[in-house]
Design a protein around this ligand. Structure first.
Ligand code: AMP
Ligand code: MG
Length: 627
């Protein structure tokens, strides 16, 4: 059998120059990464697989394979990867394939092996023919491991060409019919074209197309959930991924599934300080007496195997000695010289033992892509030895306030003017979402200034958030200019506060950005942000994180007419019986920011709901913990 004599090596040691200096193997592709596809196709063909990489070593190691960097310094190309593989290869042959060939043939090893053996060659490479032109694929090759010194000598003399060392060895060419199977993905465009999961839609949808899916659409009386649905269907995620050091991954969106390369914990171990014993030794009645034959600490195992009637002193986290399946906590035993005594019924067989893989099983999905990384996830990734995490790049969001009456902090407050507060609440909300912020200040109600600001925002950001100027009869130009720059719609939403909302996509000089034109009133700004912009922005970041509404009991009557959604500022806390209870705070005027600041939640009264009686359950959105 040829398989046992061949090791597989994935060449992932390049600098990804043509892809913009990214680590090619780790680029997202078809729901995972490119290298994961290659490993999946290669592994069944060979005895074992390894990866040659020169950066992100821990990320590659997280696939559960050995990772071998080049020995020859300076990114010397694929031959240096092959050299690293040949030197470490434990089998007679090494089969190497590039990390950017996710469609490689599943009979590659078998056919190259047959070609090499038939020609009694040192190296066999795949060759295809396209339109009558012979196309060799030198990075898809099977090589005798004994050739390591020949290759090292060639590299040491400065040789870098894949075929440069062929004159020194015997080479066989093996024809393959499927040219497509050897397809390499070299540029970001190719990556996107070939990856259905990443490819942008053939034609960006128009708002009119999205809106036509609704059975009844009236922009002047749009229910909240219809507006949310249109926004959700219209926005698209930004595709780019980057790799960040583990600590910097907090709050970022995971770009690829993380699969556990090994069991966590790796071994059965003790959950207590005590004694590890064989459950079968436990006497059903009376005392059990066990001789203590050694000690095992966390990180320092006991290397004997206790016999029946023996036990081992063990510390929390210590590896269970062979044959032991139970731990009795130290406070439950009586010491008696070199032995312990424990009463019947103190522990049952299997107690206080943590099983290997009970936290994570090897090969199971530890974290799914699309997740916003939290502190516990950092720990989980660390427990898998992941040093670098694939995350979506930060979403760039530009924002500005509109209105001639607005003054920035530090300016004198002329009569009739107010300080621009919206930009600060928006800053805070965007920062919590983990966006990259582009604060564009206050823009006057002036057509030219507005157009310039919107164009600049568009050219630098993925999304734009403005406040003010979108209400009915507003004496300003915001709506006009927005409509002129793209596909924007202006809604009157059945809600309070925050009826007006502009939404769409605008473009300038070939750059497009999604636009959220929020109302001007400070409370309306926050409500519209949380209930319309937040989920859309997260979706653009590749995360699905619907608003976490919870139920709480209302402590009083809340007057409401069915037919629109109302958001009331509330304070949630324990009621007399300790269960969560919410009460409405102060004035609910849409300009009164103080009551928003006093509140710790919003009570959401949906369209169909009427007056709420004391004791009724209502939906609540808590501000704490909200991203
Ligand atoms: P508008 O939607 O532009 O008619 O604004 C509605 C109300 O919100 C007006 O009273 C504005 O003065 C106020 N407003 C608009 N933008 C801001 C802002 N950035 N900060 C504070 N108040 C604002
Ligand atoms: Mg205004």
């Amino acid at each position: 059998m040829h398989k046992e004599s061949i090791s597989g090596l994935v060449l992932a040691g390049g600098r990804g120059t043509r892809m913009g200096h990214v680590d090619k193997g780790l680029q997202p592709f078809g729901g995972t990464t490119m290298v994961a596809h290659v490993l999946d196709r290669l592994a069944p063909q060979v005895a074992s697989v390894a990866v040659n990489a020169n950066q992100n070593l821990a990320t590659y190691a997280a696939f559960g394979v050995p990772v071998w960097p080049d020995d020859t310094p300076g990114y010397a190309g694929p031959l240096a990867g092959l050299e690293a593989g040949l030197r470490r290869c434990a089998t007679t042959y090494l089969l190497c394939v590039p990390c950017d060939s996710p469609f490689l043939p599943d009979d590659l090893a078998e056919r190259l092996y047959a070609g090499l053996r038939d020609a009694d060659a040192d190296l066999a490479l795949a060759v295809t023919e396209e339109h009558g032109v012979r196309q060799p694929h030198p990075v898809f090759c099977l090589v005798k491991a004994s050739l390591a010194p020949v290759l090292s000598a060639y590299l040491a003399a400065g040789g870098r060409r894949m075929d440069g060392w062929y004159p020194r060895i015997k080479v066989a060419e093996v024809p393959f019919a499927q040219a497509d199977a050897f397809r390499n993905i070299n540029t970001r465009d190719e990556l996107q074209q070939l990856d259905p999961a990443l490819a942008p839609p053939a034609r960006a949808p128009r708002l009119a197309d999205v809106v036509s899916c609704l059975s009844a659409y009236d922009p002047d009386a749009l229910p909240v959930r219809d507006a949310q649905r249109i926004i959700r269907e219209f926005v698209t995620p930004v595709g780019t991924t980057e790799h960040v050091a583990l600590r910097s991954a907090l709050g970022r969106v995971l770009a690829a599934d993380i699969v556990s390369p090994f069991n966590v914990p790796a071994h059965d171990n003790s959950a207590m300080d005590g004694y590890a014993l064989r459950g079968a030794d436990l006497a059903p009645q009376g005392d059990t007496r066990l001789a203590v034959v050694g000690t095992t600490y966390a990180g320092r195992a006991f290397d004997g195997a206790p016999q029946p009637g023996q036990c081992v002193r063990i510390m929390t986290g210590g590896v269970m000695p062979a044959g032991c399946d139970t731990v009795v906590p130290q406070e439950f035993v009586k010491e008696d010289g070199d032995a312990i005594l424990l009463a019947a019924g103190t522990v049952r067989s299997g107690d206080n033992r943590r099983l290997a893989g009970e936290d994570l099983k090897a090969g199971s999905a530890a974290l799914a892509r699309g997740r916003v990384i939290r502190p516990a996830d950092l720990g989980l990734l660390a427990s898998l030895g992941v040093a670098e995490v694939p995350v979506r790049r930060r979403l760039r969001v530009a924002f500005f306030s509109t209105g001639d009456e607005l003054r920035s902090i530090g300016q004198p407050l002329d009569e009739g003017c107010v300080y621009d507060s919206n930009r600060y609440t928006i800053h805070g909300m965007l920062q919590r979402l983990g966006c990259e912020l582009i604060d564009m200040g206050v823009v006057r109600d002036d057509p030219q200034a507005l157009e310039q600001a919107l164009r600049e925002a568009c050219e630098n950001a993925d999304a734009i958030i403005t406040s003010g100027g979108v209400s009915v009869g507003a004496a300003d130009y915001t709506k006009q200019i927005m409509a002129r720059l793209g596909d924007v719609t202006f809604w009157k939403i059945g809600m309070r506060p925050g009826r007006p909302l502009a939404f769409g996509r605008i473009a300038s000089n070939g750059h497009g950005a999604f636009l959220f034109g929020l109302p001007g009133n400070p409370v309306a700004v926050m409500v519209s942000f949380y209930f319309f912009a937040r989920e859309a922005l997260l979706r653009m970041m590749g995360a699905e994180a619907p608003l976490p509404l919870v139920k709480a009991r209302s402590n009083g009557t809340i007057r409401k007419k069915p037919g629109r959604t109302e958001y009331q500022r509330g304070i949630l806390g324990p009621g007399a019986d300790g269960l969560p209870e919410v009460r409405i705070t102060g004035s609910q005027g849409s300009g009164i920011l103080r009551s928003m600041s006093e509140a710790n939640c919003m009570v959401v009264l949906h369209d169909e709901q009427g007056t709420v009686q004391a004791g009724d359950m209502v939906d609540v959105l808590l501000f704490d913990g909200l991203i």
